[in-house]
Design a protein around this ligand. Sequence first.
Ligand SMILES: NC(=O)c1ccc[n+]([C@@H]2O[C@H](COP(=O)([O-])OP(=O)(O)OC[C@H]3O[C@@H](n4cnc5c(N)ncnc54)[C@H](O)[C@@H]3O)[C@@H](O)[C@H]2O)c1
Length: 255
Amino acid sequence: MSGLLAGKRLLVTGVITDASIAFSVAKIAQEQGATVVLTGFGRMSLVERIAKRLPSPPPVIELDVTDPDHLAALPGKVREHVDGIDGVVHSIAFGPQSVLGGEFLNAKWEDVAKAIQVSTYSYQSLAVACLPLMQQGGSIVGLTFDATKAWPVYDWMGVAKAGLESASRYLALHLGKQGIRSNLVSAGPLRTMAAKSIPGFEQFEDAWADRAPLGWDLHDTSAAGKAVCALLSDWFPATTGEVVHVDGGYHALGA
Ligand SMILES: NC(=O)c1ccc[n+]([C@@H]2O[C@H](COP(=O)([O-])OP(=O)(O)OC[C@H]3O[C@@H](n4cnc5c(N)ncnc54)[C@H](O)[C@@H]3O)[C@@H](O)[C@H]2O)c1
């Protein structure tokens, strides 16, 4: 098969609905010739149902990134489907309501810790779990929401994303010698399940569409999906520790 990702074997986390950024990544990757294995969290029958909407329904492995047993079992479960992987997509975030929506000053450590464990630390733990499968090098790509700025209502998720952006640079540092790249796509706001669970997220959704030089469609995950696929491909061979903005150009403007 031809295409940007012909012959690539990819592990894609984070599909929960067909609006998930990860769904778009998996769809475009398959269209570009990749073999995709999905992981799902919690609601496995839902993930399996959504997976059937992809051009070629992929296998789905259960993975809670906070569960050490799931992480330890991951390489064996992936090998039931492919003999190694060339790319990993981390499309995972979670923050309890108490750390978002304007609650920055009230948030308790236990809740902040959960947000950082799932949204930040898991980038390292997923990468480390996948290392035995990536003996020939490869590409790890995650999703961030521009953490260089403080946003209304994003609160501790913004702190978790700042940590993710740093963690990606450290993975780039520690895995470069093994030929493994680590990069993030910084997407503009998209109406996914995760975004809809942030109280007040719509506050900057409208401004985005008005202000971004290229405009912005809150329902179109394909621009982010294409950028992730580009970073998974062989066309960014000397790029690691990078954050690529896929936000209609919003980040480039002053107030
Ligand atoms: N939607 C946006 O506006 C936006 C913008 C920029 C970046 N992002 C990022 O994109 C990524 C994907 O989010 P999305 O917007 O597609 O939403 P989504 O709700 O479709 O995906 C979030 C995923 O995280 C998974 N998840 C949560 N806890 C997990 C755990 N313990 N183990 C494994 N998986 C777990 C969920 O099952 C879900 O599939 C996230 O990192 C998010 O922060 C989203």
